[in-house]
Design a protein. Structure first.
Length: 578
């Protein structure tokens, strides 16, 4: 028993529990805060009780407020006591539990009685977050959901909505010192719409946001960047806005990442069109395949027209918007992220999620891969993010049947081993799947080939299409290069002089009958291999031939022009022959 106790003590130091008492539900979670993976805040337990503290304080079709009912308090306390038992089972110490409550509890008529009842039943103290702190913690939750952020922040709950600006690069967080909370939550607006004039409410919200955008004090640097980029990004969270995200997803035919809302992005036009539809029609449109909209309950669907009203009015006063990014982050994620040191916040979640699967000497694979990458041509996202993760994941499917390897690799970040990683955008999930698929040769059946094309469409959504096409091209390129590297060095022991790359860049005349001939940069990648080394046998040479064919096919009709050459080392002195 003493050994068991000591083992539990060791585990408990790495686990912490958070209870988020929100307006539309109560969320329970136990997470690991061990430094090697704290950036992605992995959960070992997660649960939600669908008790809407906002709804129970109002009579149907009435704006008159009532205390939280006694039966509801009993239900909440029962759920709390159950979670306390679960925390004991996992070995979470009593000092490692944090219970936080937001607006619905803060503004309740019997707030003190409610909090005291929780304390009496569990011994836990409830932290009642002030408006400003709720906004700060919520912003931390959104920041944790992405690798970097810069733009406006909106959190739409049941009773209110928060507006701020946020920024995080390399773990350094900046946000408005004067965020604002407005009384336009999804539930609150839904009730007002039943008894008030829609047009008058629209104008009220429009005026409120006009004052709010001045109040939060957007920095001049951010204003300048927004002007250069065609508008601000909005980072959206809270149940009301996540519901909008799921609704928009349901309207995109054959979108391949339906189950993950975190990291989904859409254009301002796409979002605005949906808002206008909801505002004008007053109901949710049918899903394109007439099925139920995933993750949108009947209650949430009834609130979405109010969300459409809110955002349509807000857009009348907000500055130009370019894209909306949806976040799963909330008080739970913000609470955990707020305790992380800057060096951990600065870590790339993709690298942290893939690192446990890295092969022996993964850094050596990356070094060799980089010798085949013209860094002045390849988008930074590819060589800084995708390439290191690709090297980490290069052998995770080695034990799979050959026919399954490329297919399983394609799904690695959507339903595979890193799908649950917190902090990945849909675009980066698609790119790492495409790269890893090609690392295994990319031989997949027709349905999976169609799925791969859908992932490419995720990358191509919004923004400069030529730049997005460049992302896809170089992703496929590094995946194909890794197909050869892993064939030569499957065990992780990379010997010098056996296999190298050399890059030559030159300008060639691009002759087009419809245009004036012009110079075009062509990149030649020379594969240098030892002619006599056992590691470069016929099977490896077969991979190199495949590499040449695939890169030639990729280059056909593309703005990227890369040629693959081969040189064989004839002897130890390093003389080569083509």
């Amino acid at each position: 028993m003493e050994n068991l106790g000591s083992e539990r003590e060791v585990v408990s130091r790495n686990l912490c529990a958070v209870v988020d008492i929100g307006s539309n539900g109560i969320r329970f979670s136990i997470s690991s805060k061990a430094s090697h993976h704290a950036r992605i805040m992995p959960c070992v337990f997660k649960d939600r009780v669908g008790i809407s503290l906002f709804d129970v304080q109002y009579s149907p079709n009435s704006l008159e407020k009532a205390p939280i009912p006694v039966e509801t308090i009993k239900d909440v306390c029962a759920a709390m006591k159950r979670f306390k038992l679960i925390c004991d089972d996992f070995g979470v110490p009593s000092t490692g539990v944090r219970v936080v409550a937001t607006e619905a509890t803060r503004e309740a008529i019997n707030s003190k009685d409610f909090i005291q009842a929780i304390n009496n039943s569990t011994g836990w103290q409830v932290e009642l977050l002030p408006k400003e702190e709720e906004g700060r913690i919520g912003a931390y939750g959104v920041i944790s959901s992405f690798n970097s952020v810069s733009g406006l922040y909106m959190d739409l709950g049941g009773g209110s909505t928060q507006l701020s600006w946020i920024q995080c690069f390399n773990g350094e967080i900046k946000q408005s010192s004067t965020p604002i909370s407005l009384p336009y939550g999804a539930g609150a607006l839904s009730r007002r719409l039943k008894v008030e004039d829609r047009r008058a409410l629209f104008l009220e919200i429009k005026d409120a946001y006009k004052r709010a955008i001045k109040h939060i004090g957007i920095p001049e640097e951010m204003k300048k960047r927004a002007t250069e980029n065609g508008g601000y990004d909005i980072y959206a969270c809270g149940g009301g806005l996540r519901g909008m995200g799921h609704l928009i997803l349901s309207q995109i035919k054959d979108y391949p990442i339906q189950t993950i809302i975190n990291g989904f992005s859409c254009s301002y036009d796409e979002f605005c069109s949906m808002c206008d539809y909801l505002f004008l029609k007053g109901h949710v449109p049918e899903c394109h395949n007439k099925s139920k909209i995933f993750k949108v309950s009947e209650r949430r669907a009834q609130q979405l027209p109010a969300v459409g009203l809110l955002m349509s009015a807000a857009f009348e006063s907000l500055p130009n918007i370019s894209n909306i990014h949806f976040s799963e982050g909330g008080v739970r994620e913000g609470t955990l992220y707020s305790i992380l040191p800057r060096e951990i916040r600065a870590q790339d979640p993709l690298h942290i999620a893939s690192r446990p699967y890295s092969p022996l000497l993964a850094s050596k694979y990356l070094d060799l891969l980089k010798t085949a990458m013209p860094l002045d041509e390849i988008p930074p996202m590819i060589y800084k993010r995708v390439a290191p993760a690709l090297c980490n994941l290069a052998f995770v499917h080695a034990s799979y049947p050959k026919e399954l390897q490329s297919t399983a690799a394609l799904h690695v970040a959507t339903t595979g081993i890193i799908a649950g990683c917190h902090g990945l955008s849909h675009r980066i999930r698609a790119l790492i799947g495409i790269a890893l698929c090609d690392r295994w040769g990319g031989d997949i059946p027709q349905p999976e080939l169609e799925y791969k094309k859908k992932l490419e469409e995720v990358v191509l959504r919004d923004g400069d299409r030529s730049q997005r096409e460049k992302l896809i091209w170089w992703t496929k390129y590094i995946g194909t290069i890794m197909y050869v590297i892993c064939g030569v060095h499957p065990g992780g022991n990379i010997r010098d002089g056996v296999f190298n790359f050399q890059i030559n860049e030159k300008d060639e005349m691009d002759i087009d009958a419809a245009a004036t001939p012009s110079k075009k940069r062509t990149i030649e990648v020379i594969v240098q291999i030892s002619k006599d080394d056992l590691k470069t046998s016929a099977s490896v040479r077969g991979r190199i031939i495949t590499l040449q064919k695939k890169i030639r096919k990729l280059s056909r009709g593309s703005a990227q022009k890369v040629k693959i050459g081969v040189q064989f080392y004839a002897n130890e002195e390093g003389h080569v022959s083509n």
